[in-house]
Ligand binder design. Structure first.
Ligand SMILES: Nc1ncnc2c1ncn2[C@@H]1O[C@H](COP(=O)(O)OP(=O)(O)O)[C@@H](O)[C@H]1O
Ligand SMILES: [Mg+2]
Length: 234
């Protein structure tokens, strides 16, 4: 059993099932990447792992506990951090206020966590008093990741963290994500920059129509002819 094991996830938004027997897993200190075409159900699978979707079937086991029926805020207390694909920062709040909001479940001293985020993303320290809405796309994604780190998660889930950023900023963000993983945090990330993401992935999942089409190491997926042709543009 992996540190996170989402097994046989089946369900949707009330109508037809979006996910069918979908499996995702990740170990501590590792990066797992979910790729696949638009509408494949990647975001839906992330929501299911975080408890924002009522699964008809399947289970989510996290750090030894079956959390399938647990509410999202309880999952945060258990060590899950989630950065959704859209509206993942408070644009009218400053960078620092965003980080403080991220720590809402904590009643201990958050100074050290804040300093850790600032040392991971130095530009955020510089812009700590600026509204997040005034930052560039890449900087905003740093705020979103930083905010999730403020709960001291054991698992960090990111839905398209590099959406809309330049290739250079994407590379930088991937470097930071690997740096976070090396501290022992498990990373489960959806990416549309599939090739680059699989390059930093310990494991990858190719999702098609709500089901796993390929599951392997990042390296093996990158070397797989069919994966390359169908999902990585050749
Ligand atoms: N809130 C929702 N209500 C109903 N259907 C949704 C909702 N969100 C997504 N869907 C549908 O679920 C399917 C998978 O969407 P999504 O998980 O966002 O895919 P991906 O993230 O892989 O692009 C799509 O057909 C989409 O239209
Ligand atoms: Mg999505």
């Amino acid at each position: 059993m992996s540190f996170l094991s989402a097994t046989g996830m089946t369900g949707g938004y009330g109508g037809a099932d979006i996910l069918t027997d979908c499996n995702l897993s990740v170990e501590r200190g590792e990066v797992a990447v979910v790729v696949g075409p638009n509408g494949a159900g990647k975001s839906t699978a992330m929501k299911a792992v975080f408890g924002l979707l009522n699964l008809r079937e399947g289970s989510v086991v996290f750090d030894g506990d079956d959390i399938t029926r647990m509410a999202p805020q309880e999952r945060v207390r258990h060590g899950m951090g989630f950065v959704p694909q859209t509206r993942n920062v408070f644009v009218s709040l400053t960078v620092e206020e965003n980080l403080e909001m991220g720590a809402f479940i904590r009643d201990d001293d958050i100074t050290e966590s804040k300093e850790q985020v600032f040392s991971l993303f130095p530009i955020l320290a510089e812009k700590r008093n600026q509204p997040a809405g005034e930052l560039s796309g890449g900087q905003r994604q740093q705020v979103a990741v930083g905010r999730a780190l403020m709960t001291k998660p054991k698992l960090l889930m990111l839905d398209e963290p590099t959406a809309g950023v330049s290739p250079i900023v994407m590379d930088e963000l991937f470097d930071k994500i690997v740096e976070v993983a090396r501290t022992g945090i498990a990373i489960l990330m959806v990416e549309q920059n599939a090739r680059q993401a699989l390059e930093i992935a310990d494991h990858g999942f190719v999702l098609v129509q709500g089901s796993n089409r390929f599951t392997d190491t990042g390296e093996a997926l990158l070397a797989n002819e069919e994966v390359r042709r169908s999902f990585l543009g050749g």
